[in-house]
Design a binder for this molecule. Structure first.
Ligand code: BCO
Length: 565
């Protein structure tokens, strides 16, 4: 504790020192494991105090805008006040308790940040998800997680109402809207009337904090459960080197709040450093809006999937010399060296690649100021120790292809997920000797730089979305035209990979116009599951390649797509 600054206040010393002398000495070392940590009381409330003492500049903590010219600016003090109210709404009005689960399906609305911090204060496990989800996706998530609460907007509330009778654990529905809806609690009015006095829980660092649903080759998405250690990791010295944020920075992370990238890039990273978090509502992605926003606002740092930068480069021919932009980061899928170079040439700003998963958060990257090796995802960010491993967990020699492994034994580093909830089999499957096996293939060079090669399974990564082929095949199977299908990854100039479906038609549909049928099937998938998964390519085939035991050989189809056969 830094007494000179805080007196009795238990604010972290490392933060106080950083505010005095930039990067400063940190309270914890990379391998320290404090028993207790809570992002709301240890970090957010610290910056509130700094503001009150006049030791942080006037920049807001949160700066939200939309296309209609609306704007919300909240200071850290307001964030503390409003998130304490949110915590009271959850515990007092909704009756949620520490350890309960809240499905959080909101677009980029300022309330999302109140809810996340409110949950952290009250110890409620938040489960973010994209608003692209359809009724079936939501039903699955509510049932498998036994969620006690859900929060969403008018758009998805009818879908939730249609399935609520099948979710016996669900006891509270919260709506973020300017209108009320029967059977739903009105979050905006409740926040106004709630008390701003709340005592934050004393969370153990390894208590559960959040659940992210993540797709695999088989079955439905798994629940990757994270502890408060995920938030603590942003405070560790090596992680601070990643963005080297200052209180004067304005960070815009263009990721949907349903993904872990947003929880890190739109919340833990900027607020750990007392920076301003910028949000554009962005209901539909539009490269022009990205360009205009970077011109209009003093955004110094930008974080988004490679597809975002790629689409801006491909669709905007006018100036990309942004007045305040200093640093760009990208992650979620592979970035081509040509794209990295073109971004530098046209903006004058370097584009740094990072790598991570829902299970691990950001695991490696090219840190600010570090040498960029185009085509490489950088080096592991301590306390993560990344090695390239074989199927038994043996470390492979340099420049040898293998799986990306993160060392979890003898000690699991802060930020690696706790487990796949209620799924010890899948949890054990990804443990490989002393390592977590990411399932991603790569090599490592003599300087520790990691070079991504692809997946070791059938999971598809399309413009930063991780898509399980079985989820798309199941959606297709519901259409009467589909006798069977195989879904694989296929190359694409904009999204790098897209979902391609090979479909065997039922006899009644064999004579149908194939273009029309393709569109109908695409629409069908968009209507039964989150549309980002829909097959952008469809090929009708008389039969699918199978093993002698009748298992579809997806790898054969995939190799054909990538010209390897
Ligand atoms: O392309 P289409 O128009 O045919 O279809 C699009 C949408 O129009 C459509 N859609 C969306 N909502 C719909 C809908 N259709 C019907 N009903 C609705 N409610 O569905 C398709 C969705 O595709 P999309 O999301 O890729 O859309 P878009 O506009 O092309 O967006 C481009 C990107 C680049 C903004 C988007 O693909 C994106 O956000 N990608 C990044 C994802 C990301 O953040 N990944 C990070 C995951 S976390 C991680 O990797 C760990 C790292 C530490």
């Amino acid at each position: 504790i830094c007494k000179s600054y805080h007196g009795f206040h238990p604010a972290p010393w490392y933060l106080c020192c950083r505010s005095l002398s930039g990067a400063g000495t940190l309270r914890w070392n990379d391998n320290d494991r404090p028993k207790e940590f809570n992002f709301a009381s240890d970090v957010l409330d610290y910056w509130t105090q700094m503001e009150q003492e006049g030791k942080r500049g006037p920049n807001p903590a949160l700066w939200w805008v939309n296309n209609q010219g609306d704007e919300v600016k909240w200071s850290f003090r307001e964030m503390t006040d409003l998130s304490r109210r949110a915590a009271n709404v959850f515990t007092q009005t909704c009756g949620l308790q520490q350890g309960d689960r809240l499905a959080l399906i909101l677009p980029r609305l300022p309330e999302w940040w109140l809810v996340v911090i409110g949950c952290i204060r009250a110890g409620i496990i938040f489960m973010p998800a994209t608003t692209q989800m359809k009724a079936k996706d939501i039903l699955y998530r509510l049932q498998v997680s036994k969620a006690q609460g859900i929060m969403t907007t008018d758009t998805l509330a009818p879908e939730v109402d249609s399935l609520v009778s099948e979710c016996p654990a669900l006891k509270t529905k919260l709506l973020v809207s300017d209108h009320s809806r029967h059977g739903w609690l009105d979050f905006r009015s409740l926040i106004k009337s709630a008390s701003p006095d709340h005592t934050c829980i004393k969370s153990k660092t390894l208590d559960p904090m959040a659940i992210f649903f993540t797709s695999g080759t088989t079955g439905l998405p798994k629940m990757a459960k994270h502890s408060h250690g995920l938030a603590l990791r942003s405070s560790l010295p090596s992680c601070r080197k990643f963005l080297q944020l200052k209180t004067s920075d304005v960070l815009w992370c263009i990721s949907d709040p349903g993904w872990i990238l947003a929880v890190l890039g739109c919340l833990f990273e900027p607020w750990t450093s007392g920076s301003t978090l910028f949000i554009h509502h962005l209901p539909q992605f539009d490269p022009k809006v990205i360009q205009q926003t970077l011109f209009k606002y003093p955004i110094t740092m930008c974080l988004g999937a490679p597809a975002v930068y790629r689409m801006v480069l491909q669709q905007i021919s006018t100036s990309l010399r942004f007045p305040a932009l200093e640093h760009c980061v990208t992650g979620g899928e592979a970035l081509l060296p040509e794209e990295q170079e073109e971004w530098r040439r046209r903006t004058g700003v370097l584009l740094h690649e990072v790598y991570g998963q829902s299970e691990t958060g950001i695991s490696c990257g090219t840190l600010r100021g570090m040498k960029i090796k185009p085509g490489s995802m950088g080096t592991s960010i301590p306390p993560f120790d990344i090695q390239i491993i074989d199927e038994k967990g043996n470390i492979l020699p340099i420049n040898t292809e293998g799986n990306i492994g993160i060392r979890i034994k003898p000690t699991k580093p802060m930020g690696v997920f706790m487990c796949y909830e209620d799924n010890p089999v899948k949890t054990a499957e990804v443990e490989c000797g002393d390592f977590y096996n990411s399932g991603d293939r790569a090599t490592m060079d003599e300087e520790g730089y990691i070079w991504f090669l692809g997946r070791n399974d059938d999971v598809i990564n399309s413009s930063g979305y991780r898509i399980g082929p079985a989820e798309v095949e199941n959606a297709l199977a519901e259409h009467p035209a589909v006798a069977e299908s195989a879904v694989v990854s296929s190359p694409d100039p904009i999204r790098k990979e897209v979902v391609k479906a090979f479909i065997v038609l039922t006899p009644e549909f064999l004579s149908r116009d194939q273009d029309q049928l393709t569109q109908e099937l695409q629409q069908h998938v968009k209507s039964v599951t989150a549309p980002y998964k829909y097959p952008r390519k469809v090929e009708f085939v008389p039969e699918l390649p199978k093993t002698v035991t009748g298992k579809i050989k997806r790898s054969e189809l995939r190799k054909k797509e990538f010209g390897q056969m």
